[in-house]
Ligand binder design. Structure first.
Ligand SMILES: *Cc1c(COP(=O)(O)O)cnc(C)c1O
Length: 384
């Protein structure tokens, strides 16, 4: 291990090849629709700059973030050769920043719409915007009533070039829930009275897997890119992206009847070999998720409670137990983000987005040449 990795207790490895391969799979499934990438919350905790650059190189042209600040950071990281939509709208007074960094505002309220209309009039040129419509989630977006007003008074869209009309599914992870179809019909209905040239978008990761009718012109996967299963109940079609391993700080042999950790929640039933591992709930590992570590394929169950910075695991049964300084695996082939979520009573999204800032991070990226290199090679091969 390098000095760098020794400064942190644990190493998070992000497989960018897997992210690209997941994006390509979704892209293929949804053609001819455009496959965008949702990289909000720092690409669900995995690094928006790195993920964004890898997907841009793979041919992704459209990105979504939640906040203006995330949009500014992403623009700085990946340059101007892409569209970046900001989902959570445009706080009053921030319009100039949107324009300067060429960020696409997702207009959610009538007030935001008025602000962009005024700006377009003042600037004497058309302003590109996206409209989010609420089709039955009651969270963000213009209501059906707002849309009816717009349809009756086209001047309310004067100076605005509507690039995208989008809505979001409330129950996409339940493919058979009739609410999905109600939302799809509602979007189609509202969309019919709004500017024709705009792209239409409804599906998040799980929405893609409901059926083709949900793809419209553009799909917005986030979670599936990062390896979370978009089709709960079926085998996960996505490649795992995150791997987490943590250092063994100390080994100890204890007699039967020894108590371990806070609250003495574990008591050894036999003479045991315990390993104290450098990972805790302050790193984002949920305190409720009592799971296992893995070392060369052998299982080391947690012994006692997860504390802030360390977990004790039971290596008694191991044929080849780890030594002090070795790394044991916590997120790996045998134990996915979704498995941890299930044990903690939450969803994979929450596990990923909480994974700590104090890990040492490593990025794997081999397969994808930059887009320009691909274009060059294709040109040389006479493909273009
Ligand atoms: C977060 C988000 C997405 C991505 O959802 P996933 O379930 O992670 O694929 C898409 N659209 C909107 C509006 C979102 O907020």
């Amino acid at each position: 291990m390098t000095a760098h990795t020794l400064r942190a207790g644990a190493i998070l490895t992000v497989d960018l090849d897997a992210v690209v391969s997941n994006w390509r799979l979704l892209s293929k499934m949804t053609k001819p629709a455009e496959c965008a990438a949702v990289v909000k919350a720092d690409a669900y905790g995995l690094g928006a700059a790195e993920v964004g650059a890898a997907l841009l190189a793979a041919g992704c042209k459209t990105f979504f973030v939640a906040h203006l600040g995330e949009g500014l950071d992403l623009r700085r990281a990946i340059g101007f050769n892409s569209r970046i939509f900001v989902l959570n709208g445009t706080p009053p007074g921030t319009e100039g920043e949107f324009l300067k960094s060429v960020l696409m505002p997702v207009v959610n309220t009538v007030g935001e719409l008025a602000a962009w209309r005024t700006l377009a009039t003042e600037a004497g040129r058309s302003m590109p915007v996206a409209l989010q419509l609420d089709t039955g989630m009651s969270r963000l977006g213009l209501s059906p009533g707002d849309v009816a007003v717009l349809a009756g008074e086209p001047a309310l869209l004067a100076g605005l070039s509507v690039e995208l009309i989008m809505s979001h599914l409330a129950c996409a992870d339940e493919a058979v829930n009739p609410a999905n179809h109600r939302q799809r019909r509602e979007l189609a209905k509202l969309r019919a009275v709004l500017p024709k040239k705009a792209q239409t978008s409804l599906a998040n990761s799980s929405g893609i897997f409901i059926e083709q009718g949900f793809h419209f012109d553009l799909v917005r996967p986030g979670a599936a890119l990062y390896g979370i299963n978009p089709a709960p109940g079926q085998a996960n079609p996505m490649r795992q992206v995150a791997a987490l391993s943590a250092r063994v700080l100390q080994l100890r042999d204890v007699p039967a009847g020894s108590y371990v950790g806070y609250g003495h929640a574990f008591c050894s039933k036999r003479r045991s070999r315990l390993a104290t591992v450098s990972l805790g709930y302050a790193d984002g590992w949920p305190r409720a998720a009592s799971m296992s570590a893995f070392f060369n394929g052998e299982v080391l169950p947690f012994a006692g409670r997860v504390s802030m910075d360390v977990i004790v695991v039971d290596a008694t049964g191991c044929a080849n137990p780890p030594r002090e300084g070795d790394l044991v695996d916590l997120i790996c082939q045998q134990q996915s983000v979704d498995d941890i979520a299930r044990a903690a009573g939450t969803i994979g999204y929450e596990i990923l987005t909480r994974l700590g800032r104090r890990f040492h991070r490593e990025y794997r990226h081999s397969a994808t040449p930059p887009a320009s290199a691909t274009a060059l090679r294709e040109a040389q091969m006479g493909k273009r």
